[in-house]
Write a protein that binds this ligand. Structure first.
Ligand SMILES: [Zn+2]
Length: 387
């Protein structure tokens, strides 16, 4: 079966369109600049997506605030939903084996890597392949310019896992799939959460909320959520938390005691850190039962040090693991999870503010001050008063 492969970008909107607009991040803490860059026809092993929506992830904010190195000037954004505008002849199927076509609505892995390697093939850890690159992490001046979400287009380079989206799923439900949801599928898998488990989740931002919902879906008997922000605690119960504990009110000792009571008789089977606070790790380990499992999923910045008595790990027979990025299968599972549970949990409410491309400064301000949980940039939307 032959793929349609238009040689001019992108037939669906404007056949003569030879450039696209991008919100360029010039340097940390500086306003975005709307710039135009040329589009080129895709190579045989590439696709070009017209971006429908890209949401602002916490790591975009970290880059924007200069807390993590990111090439400048660049296009941030890696949680992306798009429509395929051009498809190279060698790009055949999506991650599930379904034939891709121009016009398909898709998301894709937030990373891509050039070649097979020992790490990707033998260790089965493609997410840690040598030479791995991530969308939203390249200099915009370099070809093909469009490799981030906050722009009208994004090129999908070789080594990207593309996934078709069912029509029933909204863009708001789909945008966080390739970062937040897939990451939490990987985290909860690593935590070994199964039928009847008790789980404690430290941090009830987007990752923690998905974590609560996925833990319940994996069969957890009791999920305890911990955060210090009242609005997050209130929301967590809608996402599957059986009980929430306010870390701004309870002392560390009281938190440990409360989790032990909730996860009777001897503590939680699994603990998950997604709050980004290093001191949460030794505290969370104290909440586990003998033989419990603990996953670090939120300490994404270097310098996240904490003090730990190794003897407590030994005596507790505890397992401690980190999770970074995810295997492409986790993106497929993330989609299946959201499709299967979209009536049970209000995923669509998580993306709670939409902005046009030239409103991106406001979008980042709202994400930074937490007045929007997941702000979305809709590059083809016209500027309008935001709610
Ligand atoms: Zn992200």
């Amino acid at each position: 079966m032959a793929n349609r492969n238009p040689t001019r970008p992108p037939a669906a909107d404007s056949p003569d369109r030879a450039t696209g607009r991008a919100a360029v991040y010039p340097a940390p803490q500086r306003p975005f600049e709307i710039r135009e860059y040329p589009l080129r026809p895709v190579k045989p092993d590439e696709a070009l997506a017209r971006v429908r929506m890209a949401t602002i992830c916490r790591s975009d904010l970290h880059s924007y605030h200069g807390l993590r190195p990111n090439p400048c000037p660049g296009i941030l954004g890696h949680e992306i939903v798009g429509t395929i505008a051009q498809l190279g002849d060698e790009v055949g199927c999506d991650l599930r084996g379904e034939r891709l076509r121009v016009g398909d609505r898709v998301t894709w892995t937030m990373f891509f890597h050039p070649d097979h390697s020992y790490v990707s093939e033998i260790l089965d850890l493609p997410q840690k392949s040598p030479g791995l690159r991530k969308y939203g992490h390249d200099r915009v001046e370099d070809e093909p310019h469009f490799l981030g979400g906050f722009a009208e287009y994004c090129y999908l380079l070789p080594g990207t896992g593309i996934l078709r989206l069912p029509d029933a799923l909204t863009d708001e439900e789909a945008a966080p799939l390739n970062c937040g949801v897939a990451t939490m599928i990987a985290v909860t898998e690593a935590a070994g959460i199964g039928l009847g488990d008790t789980v404690v989740i430290q941090g009830l931002g987007l990752l923690g909320l998905y974590g609560c919902a996925i833990a319940k879906s994996r069969g957890a008997r009791r999920v305890v959520g911990i955060d210090a922000v009242p609005s997050r605690l209130a929301r967590a119960t809608a996402f599957g938390a059986d009980i929430v504990l306010n870390a701004a009110v309870l002392s560390p000792e009281a938190l440990v005691a409360a989790v032990k009571v909730e996860c009777a008789p001897v503590g939680a089977d699994a603990g998950i850190e997604v709050c980004g606070v290093p001191e949460a790790v030794p505290l969370g380990l104290r909440m586990l039962r003998p033989g419990g499992r603990y996953i670090i999923g939120g300490l994404v910045n270097p310098g996240s040090t904490f003090h730990l008595d190794g003897n407590e790990i030994l005596r507790g027979l505890l397992a401690l693991r980190g999770v970074h990025n995810y295997h492409p299968r986790h993106l497929v599972q993330a989609l299946d999870f959201v499709v299967a549970n979209r009536d049970r949990f209000p995923f669509g409410e998580l993306v709670d503010a939409r902005f046009a491309l030239d409103e991106i400064d406001e979008a980042f301000a709202r994400a930074a001050d937490h007045s929007a949980l997941r702000a979305a940039v809709v590059p083809w939307a016209t500027r309008q008063p935001s709610a």
